[in-house]
Ligand binder design. Structure first.
Ligand code: SF4
Ligand code: SF4
Length: 429
């Protein structure tokens, strides 16, 4: 490894409380990670905290550095920890760089003091919420088994009161997956959320040591269900909300149509630039691979930049494209999807090859459905216009087709020019 091989920038998700959380959501994969550190108090020490910020600032050779906090539940560290963090960040900040803090939380402990602090220090908050009350409360419960919806909505109102920017992080699971528009409209209309991300719950059923095949827990979303979920929301979004409501899943996919796949890691061609830092300084290849075989080292023993640029991490990143099944390589959407996240690649392709993404059917259906509007948006952007123009183009096309099809009876030739009877033509569906 030479100094020229050292990365200029990377992303670290720090977990100052490890997997420790004040909730007990049924589908949470972090809770099980407690077993990795059986005797730990799950609190980041001042030494690790200082080393993390110092090394992060030193390792970056770009104008913006992101300090990302997540859990478990980072608010369990207490507000003073983050006040100190801002001071440490200032101490090590390089001239000419700008620092951004992101903070993922379940919202339960937020109050005016937290939100005032977030506002004053420009924290960007990711808030976990799965939809309207009955959909959210089904899986997102506290340790006493009570739903948390009311407390999370209270947190939304506090963030809004203090003008703190926030994203809604919504898992798509077996309970809310059949209610896409109820979920989306609730976020948009009742909460006034502008930034939304949908995260599919895919939990492999490992009860029996199962390693191959497509068994998932009954909390998981089914691939086709996830595809329909995205399609229903996309259809509403692309006709009325482009430029007003930002859905990360759609923005990430649109980047693929623009030839820039990788603005969200799941659709990127390789992995490796987003690592996870445990409370004790252990650095793992990715937040989704916090497990012994993906432990890269400890930042108290080796500099973070060196660990991030290691051969082990480089291989982890490149494995994403090097292990794609032929089925993906032949797929018309490979440049958009790139086989999605490796953690979900555990089913067989139709011709029996291992390593296909569990969500493939859903993604394929969504990409196919969104193709035409995505192409329109990509073309608008390439021509220096904004993607919003797609809404008028689709509205005009719709009006034209209503006019064209007016008065046509079932047995007439279809006006689309297919030569097939209207009742049988695909244009009639
Ligand atoms: S393993 Fe998945 S979550 Fe991690 S960087 Fe790769 S695509 Fe992203
Ligand atoms: S849609 Fe399916 S086949 Fe195509 S790249 Fe994605 S996972 Fe592979």
């Amino acid at each position: 490894m030479t100094s020229s091989d050292t990365l200029r920038a990377f992303h670290i998700m720090a977990k100052p409380t490890g997997s420790d959380c004040n909730l007990n959501c049924a589908y949470c994969f972090f809770l099980k990670k407690e077993e990795l550190y059986p005797d730990s108090d799950f609190r980041m020490s001042e030494d690790v905290h200082d080393a993390y910020i110092k090394q992060l600032m030193e390792a970056h050779h770009v104008p913006q550095v992101t300090v990302a906090w997540q859990g478990g539940e980072p608010t369990l560290m207490g507000l003073e920890f983050f006040r100190r963090s801002v001071e440490i960040q200032k101490k090590y900040q390089k001239p000419g760089t700008c620092i951004e803090n992101t903070f993922q939380t379940n919202g339960i402990l937020l109050n005016d003091e937290w939100c005032q602090f977030f506002h004053e220090n420009n924290f960007l908050i990711g808030l976990s919420l799965d939809g309207p009350k009955e959909l959210h409360d089904f899986y997102r419960k506290d340790k006493a088994g009570h739903g948390t919806f009311d407390r999370v909505v209270r947190a939304v109102r506090l963030l809004q009161k203090h003008k703190v920017e926030f994203n809604i992080l919504c898992t798509v699971n077996s309970k809310n997956a059949d209610h896409p528009l109820d979920v989306y409209r609730f976020f948009r209309d009742e909460l006034g959320a502008q930034y939304i991300q949908f995260i599919p719950i895919v939990e492999r059923d490992n009860q029996t040591g199962f390693q191959e095949g497509n068994k998932v827990t009954d909390r998981s979303v089914i691939a086709s269900q996830f595809g329909l979920f995205l399609i229903d929301i996309f259809d509403e979004w692309v006709r009325r909300d482009v430029g007003k409501t930002f859905v990360l899943n759609f923005d990430g996919a649109l980047a693929g149509w623009l030839g820039q796949a990788g603005t969200v890691c799941i659709f990127g061609p390789t992995c490796g630039l987003g690592m996870a830092l445990e409370h004790n300084g252990d650095l793992y290849s990715c937040d989704h691979f916090v497990e012994p075989r993906h432990l890269l080292g400890n930042i108290m023993e080796k500099p973070m930049a060196e660990i991030a640029s290691s051969e082990k991490q480089r291989k982890f990143g490149h494995d994403k494209k090097d292990t794609l099944p032929q089925y993906c390589l032949n797929c018309e959407f490979i440049h958009i999807c790139n086989g999605e996240c490796p953690k979900n690649r555990f089913v067989k392709s139709p011709d029996g090859e291992a390593g296909l993404n569990y969500l493939c059917d859903g993604y394929k259906a969504f990409f196919k459905h969104a193709d035409k509007p995505m192409r329109i948006m990509a073309e608008l952007i390439r021509n220096g216009r904004t993607a919003e123009g797609v809404m008028k183009i689709l509205a005009d096309q719709n009006a034209m087709s209503v006019e064209k099809f007016a008065g046509v009876t079932r047995n007439d030739p279809c006006p689309c020019g297919s030569g097939i009877k209207f009742k049988k033509c695909r244009g009639n569906q």
